[in-house]
Design a protein around this ligand. Structure first.
Ligand code: PBE
Length: 308
């Protein structure tokens, strides 16, 4: 079983959510006829369609792989649009208790808003187990801007911190940058760990390349604020995942806090792996996968049915 030892512990850290789903058994042992009931209906009811997000996302690439790898997903479509469009389809489905299959991830405020959702068991490990979010820096940053490098290398926080900012911004409507700035003021001990031994500079420019999701707006927001406190002139540029990796590799951007690994951004990472410094995890206990409402009586991706 994929979701065995180790994961359980980490997942408890992952706040509210899910892990009611700590998988209790293998559906392949279950009675075949019982298995088929309902599941087929769900697959037909959702028109063999997974509701996805932006085309350039790592989770989109990974879901295309899942559709290739799982017999149960043969003939399925991934509907690509945007995170906002997915959230609105989810809203409608949940309000009507309709079945829906989405591409989901943590940290994400959706799980705070809808605690009654579960990851489908991923028996083939296409989505991996636990993900971490890593910081990467361009070659040469360490020598050229050592104080920025040191702060970014020391940046580390928890799922709860990131989700707290995302959730508050979503609830209050306040911009994530503002909430992140306030978070830095409210959490001086954590920020002191990141800035430990970092000397003040006088207006040195630093460019953080990031992705447009709330999770990365939160991390870039807090680090930008911490860097500003040390005298840096910080710019945060949100771009597609592919461009994040490309611009760190070719030196256009200084650093990113947005690399989801080992699975989500694997293809992008591998393509440029020799061309940047990997500064390690800034957050542990992230996750991606296929997610359904708790009221759907299935546990595993294998409980779905291929399109005829
Ligand atoms: N996400 C959120 C991104 C990374 C951050 C999981 C939607 C993705 O590339 O899939």
């Amino acid at each position: 079983m994929l979701f065995g030892k180790g994961l359980g512990k980490k997942i408890i850290l992952m706040t509210s959510i899910l892990l009611v789903f700590i998988v209790s058994g293998c559906s392949s042992d279950d009675n075949e006829a019982t298995d088929k009931q309902g599941k087929e209906n769900y697959s037909e009811a959702v028109d063999h369609t997974i509701i996805g997000i932006e085309p350039g996302a790592g989770i989109t690439v990974t879901t295309e792989k899942a559709i290739e790898e799982y017999d149960s997903l043969q003939g399925w479509e991934l509907e690509e649009s945007s995170t906002a469009a997915m959230a609105s389809e989810l809203d409608t489905a949940m309000a009507n208790e309709d079945p829906i299959v989405i591409t989901g991830w943590n940290p994400h405020w959706t799980f705070a808003k809808y605690p009654d959702m579960k990851y489908l068991e991923d028996t083939k490990g296409t989505y991996g187990e636990v993900e971490e979010i890593r910081s990467l820096a361009r070659k040469g940053l360490k020598e050229e801007k050592p104080e920025a490098y040191k702060l970014i290398e020391q940046f580390n926080w928890d799922v709860e911190d990131m989700e707290g900012i995302m959730y508050e911004s979503n609830e209050t409507g306040d911009d994530i940058d503002e909430v992140a700035k306030q978070w830095v003021e409210d959490n001086p001990e954590k920020v002191a760990e990141w800035t430990d031994g970092v000397k003040n500079v006088d207006g040195v420019g630093i460019e953080l390349v990031s992705t447009p999701w709330d999770s990365e707006r939160a991390s870039s927001g807090v680090v930008a604020e911490a860097l500003k406190q040390k005298g840096f002139d910080v710019t945060v540029i949100p771009v597609d995942v592919a461009v994040v990796f490309e611009s760190i590799a070719n030196g256009d951007g200084d650093a990113t806090l947005a690399a989801w690994l080992p699975i989500t951004h694997k293809d992008f990472y591998d393509k440029f792996a020799d061309d940047f410094d990997d500064l390690g995890a800034n957050l542990e206990g992230a996750k991606i996968g296929l997610v359904v409402p708790e009221y759907m009586d299935i546990d595993s991706i294998e409980d779905l049915e291929p399109a005829e």
